[in-house]
Design a protein around this ligand. Structure first.
Ligand SMILES: [Zn+2]
Ligand SMILES: [Zn+2]
Ligand SMILES: [Zn+2]
Length: 310
């Protein structure tokens, strides 16, 4: 005869004594068999009819309430999580109403059990903030803007964005960003669906150093006159513009070309210290020695655009 019972992997001492018939009856009615008396005269070991696990319960609980099978509860959590595409990891140690789940994207989410139940019932959805943030960053980046953060005015439909080309920050409704219905209040750049241009500009600094800038704008001349140059006497000119159907396309062509130039000619990338206070940008400026190469690249792009348009 054994004098311990194993409950959740732990041996628990058996308490000698009779098991009374009305206990057995109460246990049956509540979904359990009595596996034995344990610890002292106040405790019982109950075997769950549903899952076969043995749980520890107080005699008082059995007689006055419904003892809960922790194994069944946990398997319920696992099943509910699975039904909404999550993997149950563990109950949160700080708050028993919360648990950790692994999302399909691999990120770990902390959510209330109640919320997961509501998701399973189709009442609400669940999303990963990490992935969602990355999505919003990418959609802004594709339009030449940077996601700065939440709307300073607190409207959940708006975000604060920064125009990468001119550093101007403004709030834009996310749907307007997504559907390209916005323009920049800083440099006047139109919405990304509007026609645009790639351009090359040259600048001569007061110390005679010559620089060249590659960029995109729906209005290169306005950008040069009103935005880029701080001192109106700084010699500068537009060397070439290539019209592009949309700002969107201009941004992606411009980005690809910058990447190519930086990769092939890293020594010609000019540090922003050199022109800070003179030209209103932080990047995209090269030594003038790169001018011929940039113009050739723009020619190639123009030819390519013309051939795909016809
Ligand atoms: Zn159970
Ligand atoms: Zn994620
Ligand atoms: Zn701007």
């Amino acid at each position: 005869m054994t004098n311990t019972l194993t409950i959740a992997g732990t041996p628990v001492p058996v308490f000698p004594g009779k098991i009374l018939p009305h206990w057995i009856e109460a246990a049956h009615a509540k979904g359990y068999d009595i596996a034995g008396r344990i610890i002292d005269r106040l405790h019982l070991a109950l075997r769950c009819h549903l899952c076969g696990e043995i749980i520890q319960a107080r005699l008082f609980t059995l007689m006055s309430a419904q003892p809960l099978c922790s194994a069944c509860i946990k398997s319920g959590w696992i099943t509910t999580a699975k039904s909404v595409g999550l993997v149950f990891i563990d109950q949160c140690p700080e708050n028993r109403h919360y648990a950790w789940y692994e999302a399909p994207c691999g990120h770990t989410l902390r959510r209330q059990f109640e919320l997961i139940k509501r998701v399973a019932a189709g009442e609400t959805g669940i999303r990963c903030e990490i992935c969602h943030h990355a999505t919003e960053e990418a959609e802004a980046d594709a339009r030449g803007w940077e996601l700065v953060g939440a709307d300073p005015n607190g409207d959940p439909n708006y975000r604060q964005y920064k125009h990468i080309a001119c550093d101007h920050k403004q709030r834009i409704a996310r749907t307007n960003l997504q559907t390209d219905r916005f323009s920049c209040g800083g440099c006047g750049e139109l919405w990304p669906a509007a026609p645009s241009n790639l351009y090359v500009m040259s600048f001569t600094l007061p110390n005679s150093r010559e620089l060249v800038k590659l960029g995109y704008s729906n209005n290169p001349l306005g950008r040069l006159r009103n935005q880029l140059v701080r001192n109106k006497d700084l010699p500068c000119e537009i060397l070439r513009t290539v019209p592009v159907d949309t700002g969107q396309q201009a941004i992606s062509l411009e980005k690809a070309l910058h990447a190519k130039l930086r990769e092939a000619h890293p020594a010609t990338v000019v540090d922003s210290q050199v022109y800070s206070g003179l030209i209103n940008v932080k990047t995209e400026i090269y030594e003038a020695s790169l001018t011929a190469i940039i113009l050739d690249e723009l020619d190639a792009i123009a030819t390519n655009l013309a051939s795909t348009a016809s």
